[in-house]
Design a binder for this molecule. Structure first.
Ligand SMILES: *Cc1c(COP(=O)(O)O)cnc(C)c1O
Length: 408
């Protein structure tokens, strides 16, 4: 490990932390580290200290920081055309949509920017489909969601969260959502009514702590949705695009949803790019003027998103996630009973429950930071590990060594 020179500024960490706190809304509680540079799985702070990134922007940085292919795609598009709005068509648009549609095995793509917008889009499309195609009476559509979900931060989305922090104080909320326990097929089946238009679900709950539903659950949900004429909308924003060792987390059960809801890694860690991807019989319900976004599908987003899709098309990153995921799992399993209570993982994505006598998840992350590893706690005593898929075997081992030291 060497200290990168030339990237440090004269800024000190305490003063930057203080300045950030003084002039921003406190809707986050970041670790007190001020980053200035990133490359691959490593970041460097303003004082030249290096950190291994084991969060990867909540999977937005699946390809690591500054991946040369993605940076090159962005640079080349920056010099040509960056924004047109959807009032006009630009020359990077059709290629990106076709490539992403092909990756998903679907006919149509609706590009947006953030994950929450893609989820909102899936909700609107599902409702419209319900009225236009399924024949649900006006304003009666219902969507089934799962307990413990995380789908974003808009008022509609937090309205169907069961996390008090996300929800309390932000009502009144949008009606039309029914919550069932995650992983409970009988409850989901019982919640379906003739007005149900969609099941909106994360194939693995990332914010929930990398919660993996019981084997066969997603496949059964797919069967129920098909039988009951209900759309399956899979929120693959965090789970998808290589993270779990497959292109989509749904692939592990051979499940094809009606709508893929994508975001995070689709923007290559460079620009927000999200999308809803589906077939003509569903996405085709939208007509001009019924939905849109000024920045959705902009040239820069399409250039970067297209490169992301091309990188995923080879399967190379999925294979890395599978192989390194085995290493991650083996190392974490060895810590169960030695500071860890439980490990859940799929591909290069793990949630670990820390023995609470050793401290909170936050405290563990602070101690990891002191040892040069950045990770993020979620829900009290759970820590999530989602290294960039480009991390080396050696660096992954080193990162887990630091965890072992912190727990030991
Ligand atoms: C991050 C996330 C979102 C929201 O994405 P934003 O880009 O933050 O709006 C939605 N669903 C899941 C599963 C996520 O992980």
């Amino acid at each position: 490990m060497s200290i990168i020179t030339g990237t440090t500024s004269t800024t000190s960490t305490p003063s930057e932390v203080e300045r950030a706190e003084a002039r921003t809304a406190h809707n986050y509680h970041p670790l007190p580290v001020v980053l200035a540079h990133g490359e691959g799985a490593w970041m460097t702070d303003v004082e030249g200290r290096r950190y291994l990134d084991l969060l990867a922007g909540y999977s937005a940085l699946n390809f690591g920081h500054s991946h040369p292919r993605l940076v090159a795609a962005a640079h080349s598009q920056l010099d040509k055309l960056t924004l047109t709005s959807r009032a006009f068509i630009h020359d990077a648009f059709a290629d990106f949509c076709a490539a992403l549609g092909d990756l998903c095995g679907k006919e149509l793509v609706l590009p947006m920017n953030t994950g929450a917008e893609a989820v909102e889009t899936a909700i609107k499309v599902s409702r419209k489909w319900g009225y236009d195609v399924k024949g649900v009476p006006a304003d009666q559509a219902r969507i089934i969601v799962a307990g413990g979900n995380f789908h974003g931060r808009t008022t509609t989305i937090v309205g169907f969260s069961d996390d008090p922090d996300a929800r309390d104080g932000f009502g009144p909320f949008t009606p039309g959502f029914d919550m069932v326990p995650y992983g409970d097929l009988a409850a989901l089946e019982a919640a379906i009514t003739p007005h149900t238009v969609a099941v909106l679900i994360e194939p693995i709950q990332g914010e929930g702590g990398v919660i993996i539903p019981p084997e066969g659950y997603l496949r059964a949900v797919r069967e129920v949705c098909t039988r009951e004429d209900v759309l399956l909308a899979a929120d693959e924003i965090q789970a998808g695009l290589g993270r779990t060792g497959r292109t989509f987390a749904c692939d592990h059960e051979g499940v094809v949803p009606d709508l893929y809801v994508l975001g995070k890694a689709l923007g290559g860690g460079i620009i927000p790019v999200s999308a809803v991807v589906g077939n003509r019989d569903v996405l085709g319900v939208l007509k001009p003027g019924q939905h849109g976004s000024t920045f959705g599908g902009n040239p820069l987003a399409c250039a970067v998103g297209h490169e992301v899709v091309d990188m995923l098309a080879t399967g190379e990153f999925q294979a890395r996630a599978t192989d390194l995921g085995l290493v991650l799992r083996e190392r974490l399993d060895a810590l169960v009973g030695h500071g860890l209570i439980a490990v859940r993982s799929r591909g290069l994505w793990a949630g670990v429950d820390i023995d609470p006598t050793l401290g909170t998840g936050r405290q563990i992350c602070e101690r990891l930071m002191e040892r040069g590893v950045l990770a993020k706690d979620t829900h009290g005593s759970t820590v999530r590990f989602a290294p960039p898929l480009v991390i080396t075997d050696e660096d992954l081992h080193w990162g887990i060594d630091q965890l072992a030291a912190v727990l030991g």
